[in-house]
Design a protein around this ligand. Structure first.
Ligand code: ZN
Length: 64
């Protein structure tokens, strides 16, 4: 669920822009509900690479 298109009831601006305290409160609440939204894509790719390397190491040990 994305909050990009949510419009604030207080200032009628997109909540993602955080123009008023109501926007900012809603934005923080929505970000807390989805912990993966704040996760860096680069960190995800690095984590995936580490996982693949670990699997490759295990496979190499099994064949040797
Ligand atoms: Zn607002």
């Amino acid at each position: 669920m994305t909050y990009d298109r949510l419009v604030c009831a207080n200032c009628a601006a997109p909540v993602s822009e955080g123009r008023c305290p109501v926007c900012r409160a809603n934005r923080e609440r929505l970000q807390q509900e989805s912990p993966f939204a704040g996760l860096n894509p680069t960190a995800l790719i690095a984590l995936l690479a580490v996982l693949i390397a670990a699997v490759a190491l295990v496979a190499a040990h099994q064949t040797a």
